[in-house]
Design a protein around this ligand. Structure first.
Ligand SMILES: [Zn+2]
Length: 412
């Protein structure tokens, strides 16, 4: 017999949390470490205490709610996400993963089920990064990606610091970051809305997430020669925009050559002098490459550099500069945790498919320190970071059911 969460209770909790910072257009504005964030945290902590959970807070304000297991030697299985939002955010991004975790523990309470391993639900501080940088601050400090002394002095646009705001809202906890009773988590599961259109297009309720795409970002500069658009014959031009436009096509083809996970985008371009009767002399543009493994990213990098070299070789007055400005390594989640998610979905009779994460999540940092997996559910039209972000009660309940059964597989 497979266990199910209480779909109505999960939905009501989501709607109740969404009232804190509710916007006129049906979204939520609850920026990290604001008074509204404090109210959201207080509501969550109250629910945890009602469920008999032991609540701890660490020095970066991450909240941990623990349900003890039968075996005191076992390390905890964790679930979680974030409850801060974008300025024009929605009800589900982050909030779903936190409240699905709480719902899992409430369900175990309802059925009087004791697990072998302890279970914890975590709220990670400032995942969104819209008020304070860096993004994914709480999980980054917890996993050691950056130090407390680096993030505590960070200021928002009004000059308020992370340290001061944590203190003001009462969430500067005593626990050292990275500390978990009994040792680091044995596994971490994060349920999240997909934030993309794939599950909806396939009409499937569950995304099994193999990992998150790595990224390489570039600043490109093509230099040709400015000349008059009229008197200069076509065979005597050194048109920087013509070369750049060929490279835009090439960039797109490079991602298609690395299907299904390759992504390539030129989202920024500056043409100089940008005058209708002058042949463009300089073009600057961006390239954003993403892929699920480092070999693919390296091959995409090599293909871009080759294309630039052969294009530049056709014209001695043409120069092409390629500068890599950002690199995030790809993240592969844990095969056993991924298998638990897939098996839970199968047992529940829920249609599922692999969906890679194109965005960053707290789970990407957690994967550095513990076996990790994610569960995606569809969101309407693939839209998030928008007040119109929406998901169905049926889908969030399905995602929480998968979370429950995947965690039980690990905690028994
Ligand atoms: Zn999120």
């Amino acid at each position: 017999m497979t266990l199910h969460i209480d779909s109505n209770r999960l939905w009501q909790s989501l709607m109740q949390l969404a009232e804190i910072g509710a916007t006129a257009k049906g979204g939520v504005c609850r920026l990290a470490l604001t008074e509204l964030d404090r109210q959201g945290r207080d509501l969550f902590v109250g629910w945890c205490r009602d469920a008999g959970l032991e609540v701890r807070v660490d020095a970066i304000g991450n909240i941990f709610a623990r349900r003890e297991g039968r075996d005191p030697t076992r390390r905890a299985i964790a679930m979680g996400s974030h409850i801060d939002t974008q300025p024009t955010g929605g009800k589900f991004d982050g909030n779903f993963g936190v409240l699905a975790g709480l719902e899992v523990l409430r369900t175990l309470n309802d059925h009087g089920i004791e697990t072998e391993a302890p279970l914890e639900v975590v709220v990670w501080t400032n995942e969104e990064g819209s008020r304070f940088v860096p993004v994914m601050m709480g999980s980054g400090v917890f996993t050691g990606a950056f130090g407390l002394d680096h993030v505590l002095p960070q200021k928002d646009v009004d000059g308020f610091t992370v340290a001061g705001e944590l203190d003001r809202i009462g969430y500067a906890g005593p626990q050292a970051p990275g500390e978990v009773p009994g040792g680091m988590f044995a596994a971490y599961f994060e349920a999240h809305i997909e934030q993309g259109p794939v599950l909806e297009a396939h009409q499937l309720p569950i995304g099994v997430v193999p990992g998150a795409l790595g990224q390489r970002w570039y600043d490109m500069t093509v230099t040709g020669m400015e000349a008059h658009a009229g008197p200069t014959p076509m065979n005597q031009r050194h048109d920087a925009l013509l070369a750049a436009s060929q490279l835009v096509q090439t960039v797109n083809r490079i991602a298609l050559d690395h299907a299904p996970h390759g992504r390539a985008t030129v989202g920024f371009m500056q043409v100089s002098p940008n005058s209708r009767n002058t042949i463009p002399g300089t073009v600057k543009f961006s390239v954003d490459f993403r892929a699920l493994d480092d070999d693919a990213l390296a091959a995409m990098d090599a293909a871009l550099r080759d294309a630039c070299a052969s294009l530049a070789a056709t014209d001695e007055r043409l120069a092409i500069e390629v500068e890599q400005v950002v690199y995030f390594p790809p993240c592969r989640f844990d095969p056993a945790c991924i298998a638990s998610v897939r098996q839970a979905a199968e047992e529940l009779g829920l249609g599922n498919m692999e969906v890679v994460s194109g965005a960053g999540h707290d789970a990407v940092y957690l994967a550095d320190v513990t076996p990790t997996a994610m569960i995606f559910v569809p969101c309407k039209d693939g839209i998030s970071h928008n007040e119109i972000e929406d998901a169905s009660q049926e889908h969030v309940a399905a995602g929480a059911d998968v979370l429950l059964n995947a965690v039980l597989r690990q905690a028994r």
